[in-house]
Design a protein around this ligand. Structure first.
Ligand SMILES: Nc1ncnc2c1ncn2[C@@H]1O[C@H](COP(=O)(O)OP(=O)(O)OP(=O)(O)O)[C@@H](O)[C@H]1O
Length: 301
């Protein structure tokens, strides 16, 4: 086991940021912490990287206790915090050299590990970090978090604010790092990224809603789910919400995801109702639940 978390709680004054959180993460696993802003993800990262003490509970990272063995943990983990963590006035190369030096290593010594990522920013090695694009900053921050060859990598919302192409590239890089045996704990508010993890923990208000593989989590969705579209989306949402039999109504891309309370739900009856309420071009078709649907359903309970 690479990370063991047992009953960790943390409060800030009256705010309960983490409430009795437990999870186990295997060696070499790509594990996602999925939850909205304020769910407690950063607090958990800070505890696991020994920057913050929990109020209750215990955890080990790479076999080291987060309190007793904090020095060893700092040596063996890489942490890419949510906000840009580099020195804006240092160049790309100077940033990387700085991180290598504080860990007592050199760029050459561990170049193999970062090569894939670093070659993409190497042409800009003399540019100041502050002048890089979002995607390039993220690649540099990941290179810096990896330069001392960590056993465990913590990535706090690494793709927030990054364009979709760079996000995709970033996840491909993570998969390649995972193949090298590094355990990766990554947080994201993007539900589509959750599907790329081996296992995910859905987290809200400091509590775990569910832990499983992404495939198993969507299978747990309790009801048939329908994509509904019409000529006026705003009116459609309003009328679905006032329909006597609705269970849930949730905007999803260009459609509305709808579930009904009845077991014998008939889409024709719903179509008739929407027509009498003035909607046109109505289409209703069954669809598959996504992680986002499951999250919304669990969050309601
Ligand atoms: N230093 C602090 N003092 C007081 N409250 C805090 C502090 N840090 C975090 N919180 C509160 O604790 C809760 C969890 O915050 P945390 O930053 O861990 O969540 P998060 O999931 O990482 O969200 P975000 O993406 O917004 O950082 C939130 O309600 C937040 O407002």
């Amino acid at each position: 086991m690479s990370i063991v978390i047992e009953n960790i709680s943390k409060t800030y004054g009256k705010v309960s940021a983490l409430d009795t959180i437990s999870m186990d993460i295997d060696q070499g696993e790509l594990y996602g912490l999925i939850g909205p802003d304020g769910a407690g993800k950063t607090t958990l990262f800070r505890i696991l990287t020994t920057l913050l003490l929990p109020d209750k509970g215990m955890a080990t990272v790479a076999g080291y206790d987060i309190i007793k063995d904090f020095k060893a943990i700092r040596k063996h983990v890489g942490y890419m915090p949510g906000r840009f963590s580099l020195y804006q006035d240092l160049t790309v190369e100077e940033n990387l050299n700085f991180f290598a030096t504080i860990f007592g290593t050199t760029i050459t010594e561990n170049y193999d590990l970062i090569k894939d990522i670093y070659v993409q920013i190497e042409p800009f090695k003399n540019r100041r970090a502050g002048k890089l694009s979002g995607g390039m900053k993220q690649k540099l921050a990941l290179s810096c978090a990896l330069i001392h060859k960590p056993k465990v990598l913590f990535l706090d919302e690494p793709t927030t604010g990054v364009d979709p192409v760079s996000r995709k590239e970033f996840w491909e890089m993570l998969k390649r790092l995972q193949e090298k045996g590094i355990t990766i704990l990554v947080s994201t508010p993007y539900m589509d990224e959750a599907a790329l993890c081996d296992r995910i923990a859905l987290i809200q208000d400091g509590k775990i809603l569910e832990i499983d593989t992404p495939e198993a989590i969507v299978k747990h969705y309790p009801k048939p789910i329908y994509n509904i579209g019409a000529n006026n989306t705003y009116l459609l949402i309003e009328k679905l919400n006032t329909y006597a039999h609705k269970h849930s109504v949730f905007p999803f891309g260009e459609y509305i995801h709808y579930t009904d309370r009845r077991d014998d739900f008939n889409p024709k009856a719903l179509k008739n109702y929407l027509e009498t309420e003035g909607l046109e071009d109505i289409h209703i078709e069954k669809t598959k639940a996504t992680i986002e649907d499951t999250f919304m359903e669990l969050a309601k309970q």
